[in-house]
Each structure stands twice: as C-alpha cells, then as structure tokens.
Design a protein around this ligand. Structure first.
Ligand code: S3P
Length: 183
C-alpha cells in the first residue's frame, strides 16, 4: 500500500505493546508514516527528557524511579491523538497505565516466541548499553517475564500480531488493514 491512509473510525491513538524486541519501534515508524500520524517512541522520549539512558535511570533510581517517569510520560501522550506510540515492554505492569492505554486508543500486541526474542536481543548492538536486566538475564529472563506479562498484554490487546515470521513492514500493513476495516 502506498500514500497516506485515512481511517473511518476515530480511534485516538494506536499503542503498540509487547516484550522487548518485538519490533514496536520500527513498526510504529512505518505505521505512522502510512497513516500520516506522529510516531512516538516512548523510551526514546523518556531518555531525551531525562538526559540519561534507561539503564542509567534503573541504576540510579531503581525500577520504581523509571516506572514513575514512564507513567508520567504516558499521561502526557494520552492528551494527544493521531499518534502511533511504541511503548516500553513493561508499561502494562501498572494498572493506572493499563486504564490509560485502553482509554486513549487502540492497543495492538506484538508477539514472538522467547527464542526469537533472545536472538533479536543478542543481535542488537545497543541492547547491552540501553536495556537494564529485569531479572536473571538471558533466555531464562525472557521466558520468566513473558509468563508474568502475557496475561496483562492479552487483557489489553484489541489485536495480536505475530512478528516472528513477518518483517516489520508486513506487521505494519497487517495492522493498517485491521484499522481500515474497523468503524
Ligand atoms: C522494559 C522494556 C524497555 C524499557 C525498559 C524496561 C521492560 O523497552 O522500557 O528497559 O520492562 O520490558 P523496550 O520494550 O522498548 O525494549
């Protein structure tokens, strides 16, 4: 599909949720371009706003300090519309965030199996420098965190798009198809 696509339904924003390395940022960029909307990478805005990497914020203020900043930014994003927002993988942990996400747009969950995610994370040269460990690290961490978070992702998602076998532009187009046929 080419050109900018106008949607019939007024859906507010599109929030991409899912674990690290499911392609949220890349898909958000492509989908925003297809819709002529603003692309927001929540983690990038947070790092710019606070002048530190997320890894450093975790080290200096703990995970709770990071989550407070993440929640404040989400509140800010929700004041606007026509944005495709790539959220951080842990945004779903707080109930207040979950309520906000559901109230301010449509939530799409990008998925992939743990092995694929592990390979992608290992292949990302910025991963070590930007992403703090969440538990024990490695594949075991991915499996553990996915087990805890999947019910939360699931409860929020209007749609789920599997990304293991699809390149980001195909994921973006799959979402666009669904958006276009809604409303
Ligand atoms: C996190 C995922 C990261 C970032 C932070 C915490 C998580 O975002 O928000 O490191 O808890 O899963 P990405 O999903 O964009 O890597």
């Amino acid at each position: 599909m080419t050109g900018i696509h106008t949607l019939n339904a007024n859906i507010g924003n599109v929030f991409l949720i899912g674990y690290r390395a499911t392609g949220k940022t890349t898909v958000a960029r492509i989908l925003a371009e297809l819709l002529g909307w603003t692309c927001v990478d929540a983690d990038q805005v947070l790092e710019e706003r606070h002048g530190r990497t997320i890894r450093r914020i975790f080290a200096e203020e703990g995970e709770a300090g990071f989550r407070d900043k993440e929640a404040a930014l989400l509140e800010e994003f929700c004041n606007n519309e026509r944005q495709v927002i790539a959220t951080g993988g842990g945004i779903v942990l707080r109930e207040s965030n979950r309520k906000r996400l559901q109230g301010a747009g449509w939530v799409v969950w990008l998925t992939a199996d743990a092995q694929t995610l592990w390979q992608r994370l290992q292949g990302d040269p910025t991963s070590m420098e930007r992403r703090p460990p969440l538990t024990v690290g490695g594949l075991a961490e991915i499996e553990e965190v996915l087990r805890l978070r999947e019910p939360l992702y699931q409860s929020l998602a209007r749609w789920t798009v599997e990304t293991a076998e699809r390149p980001p532009h195909a994921v973006a187009n799959a979402i666009l198809d669904r958006l276009s046929s809604s409303g």
